[in-house]
Design a protein. Structure first.
Length: 115
């Protein structure tokens, strides 16, 4: 379960930013997670809850907000986009495998809301 390591990284990053800005409380942390990023949201939330309660005084009451980014693939042959999860690497428009992922593999801290 790599979600625990991801959560520890997010906590360390947010705590660092909070210290730099002399924050005493963080209301929420918003993460953007791509549909094919391999991060399982349920595990992420469980790891977050445990970690902030046990490991972080400043984040103990912080809400975790997760925004999902759909996976979209681009076909270089017909120049059309399509849903990656539904069709995989093969373009449903022309049958080409000359495709690449445009979005959906992200994992970013989008926003930190402080009090």
């Amino acid at each position: 379960m790599h979600e625990l390591g991801v959560v520890f990284h997010v906590i360390k990053t947010v705590e660092g930013l909070a210290a730099e800005n002399q924050l005493t409380e963080v209301k929420s942390v918003t993460l953007e997670i791509g549909e094919v990023s391999t991060v399982i949201e349920e595990y992420l939330r469980k790891c977050w809850k445990w970690s902030v309660e046990k490991k972080s005084e400043i984040l103990k009451d912080t809400e975790l907000i997760v925004e999902r980014i759909p996976a979209i693939t681009f076909c270089e042959d017909c120049e059309k986009n399509y849903r990656t999860v539904e069709f995989g690497k093969t373009c449903p428009h022309c049958g080409s495998i000359n495709t690449y992922l445009l979005q959906g593999n992200e994992f970013t801290i989008k926003e930190i809301e402080a009090c």
